[in-house]
Design a protein. Sequence first.
Length: 131
Amino acid sequence: YPFRSYIPCPTRQTVKQSQPFEQLKGAQGIKGKDFEKFLADQLEGEAGPIKLYGREFDGRTGNLLWEAKSAWNKIANDEAALHKFQATTGQQQQIAQMTNHEFMIFSNGPIPIPIKAWLAKKQIKFFEVVK
């Protein structure tokens, strides 16, 4: 399948400013596979699962591999779920780097502060779709 290389990979600064992702404002309330499809459509990318080195990604746009998250309660409130999220996300970041991709998490709501801090520490980019 063809890559769409015209979409620049965002830096942390542009993610904070949300300039490249203004079209995602309509995602509020969309969850699960519907959120993944919405992202693929809006970013002109490919919905997953995208499998690389034994890990799945929710989608890809150009050189950007991404995960779509629509619910944080279980991850934030269950230590085992948090550890699984951290292990999986860390592996996804490593695979993206090994394959010359960028990696990013798209969330259709606020990411809990402790998880944001962990993502920042690991230099994993994220974008929150919030009102």
